[in-house]
Design a protein around this ligand. Structure first.
Ligand code: HEC
Length: 448
């Protein structure tokens, strides 16, 4: 009798563990050879100084191949690409979140949320500096999350000494630690140039992913980027203003064109198979979380078995002092029309970049201006049409120029902000009473 009781107990415990283990995904590093990643900063700096776009784009495609390659793990029947295994910003900042201990817990791999960048508004006494506009987020039904590579997550999980001798050890996930570091800089009249956290390690890689819902039983319209001129709002061409769409076919069996509602207007759209996107089949929990976040109900709401499809991904790496910046977005494997930044030029072959990952175009901005150290140099423009178009003058923006201003506790964007303007890292009007956070906004956003 007692023996049988224990047998039942053991079976129960065992099956419970098996269910929990389905959630146990361990972060895997990018599996590229050292000759490809991380590259020595001197090599990349030389390419940046020489404006060797072909070499820098090749490196960006190599990174793309690295983060999108299959990991060794699967989840809900789907082989996970490397990036899916990484900790989300929430996980990485959740306390002593050492990779191994988090991996043993049930994980929320995909914390879909309204992109915070889109609700980043700055109020100044007297005038509202609206850096980014919010409302289109819900209209375009975009959801986003941020992921940190193991090198990046492990770096934020532990305390770091201050560069100046005698400064406090600081954990960048803790606002009390960062406040103390800022006060230390003030007390010691630390030169503005040195008011900063220590550098992330060279292999640190951060991502921002953007998704949109698609139905499992019907065609869904997905806006297709065709430049500001094909938007009802050419100066701020957010995806909900584009006048071209494709129709995603979840049965992967149809071709040709169809009439479909594209941002409120009926248009002729090319039918494209779901397999040309990276798509996640959502379970019931995720579907209801998304419905709540986007206030979706009735026919437009998601159910178990519907999809979240990947429209865009930002990738940054700390291989050079100011990080490398590349962004990818779904463009049906083609170059966007006209002379707008971004293309599929130089994409590696299908042995390196597989299946749906070949549908995305890319632009880079590894310096703010060119020549890279000339404050009056020519602006380098690169933006993701699904994200930065929501910002004031986003269509002339540069990733590095905005991220250079990432600080703790955070300062209003000054009147002098130019979306692609040179940033002097020793400028007291930008950085006094601040800790510069090595171009990473997540520290300001998630330290607690
Ligand atoms: C005008 C400002 C601005 C521009 C331009 C901008 N970003 Fe960001 N970015 C942000 C803010 C604010 C966040 C944090 C909030 C969020 O995650 O939405 C962020 C978050 C990120 C993250 C997550 C890590 C982090 O720093 O928190 C990555 C990666 C990223 N951006 C890459 C890029 C790339 C690549 C580009 C250029 C194509 C770019 N960004 C352009 C403001 C900007």
């Amino acid at each position: 009798m007692i023996a049988r009781f224990f047998l039942v107990l053991i079976v129960l415990v065992f099956s419970f563990n098996r269910a929990a283990l389905a959630q146990t995904i361990t972060p895997e590093p990018i599996a590229l050879p050292p000759s490809e990643f991380p590259l020595p900063s001197a090599e990349l700096d030389k390419q940046v100084a020489a404006n060797d776009t072909a070499a820098l784009r090749k490196h960006a495609w190599i990174l793309w191949s690295g983060v999108t390659a299959d990991s060794t793990q699967s989840f809900q029947g789907q082989k996970l690409p490397i990036w899916e295994t990484w900790l989300s910003e929430q996980e990485a900042f959740s306390g002593p979140a050492l990779t191994a201990s988090v991996a043993r817990q049930a994980r929320s791999l995909r914390p879909f949320a309204i992109p915070r960048q889109l609700s980043h508004r700055t109020v100044r006494s007297g005038n509202l500096l609206s850096m980014q506009i919010a409302p289109s987020a819900a209209k375009s039904r975009l959801l986003a999350f941020v992921k940190l590579s193991p090198d990046s997550a492990n770096f934020v999980a532990v305390s770091h000494p201050t560069a100046n001798p005698g400064g406090p050890d600081t954990n960048y996930t803790k606002s009390s630690d960062l406040d103390r570091l800022n006060a230390y800089f003030n007390q010691n009249a630390t030169p503005v140039a040195n008011r900063k956290i220590v550098d992330f390690p060279a292999a640190a890689t951060d991502l921002k992913m953007v998704f949109v819902p698609a139905k499992a039983d019907q065609l869904s319209a997905i806006p297709l980027w065709a430049g500001p001129q094909n938007s009802s709002s050419p100066s701020q061409p957010t995806p909900d203003t584009w006048n071209q769409c494709v129709a995603v076919d979840p049965s992967n069996s149809r071709s040709g064109t169809t009439q479909i509602d594209c941002n409120g207007k009926t248009v002729t759209a090319q039918i494209v198979p779901l397999t040309s996107f990276y798509a996640i089949k959502v379970d019931e929990d995720t579907a209801s979380r998304i419905n709540a976040t986007l206030s979706l109900s009735g026919a437009s709401s998601l159910a178990s078995g519907d999809y979240q499809i990947l429209l865009a991904m930002h990738i940054t790496t700390k291989e050079i002092a100011n990080w490398t910046w590349q962004t990818f977005w779904w463009q049906n494997g083609q170059n966007p029309p006209g002379n707008i930044p971004g293309s599929v030029d130089g994409m590696l072959g299908p042995d390196r970049i597989k299946g749906p990952w070949r549908s995305y175009a890319m632009c880079i901005s590894d310096s703010i201006v060119f020549p890279p150290t000339d404050p009056k140099g020519k602006s380098v423009v690169c933006y993701n049409p699904f994200l930065e178009t929501a910002q004031a003058d986003g269509i002339n923006s540069n990733c590095m120029s905005c991220h250079a201003r990432a600080t703790y506790p955070g300062a209003p964007y000054p009147d002098t902000y130019i979306p692609n303007g040179w940033v002097d890292m020793a400028d007291p009007t930008l950085f006094s009473d601040q800790v510069k956070t090595d171009f990473v906004w997540a520290i300001q956003g998630s330290a607690h």
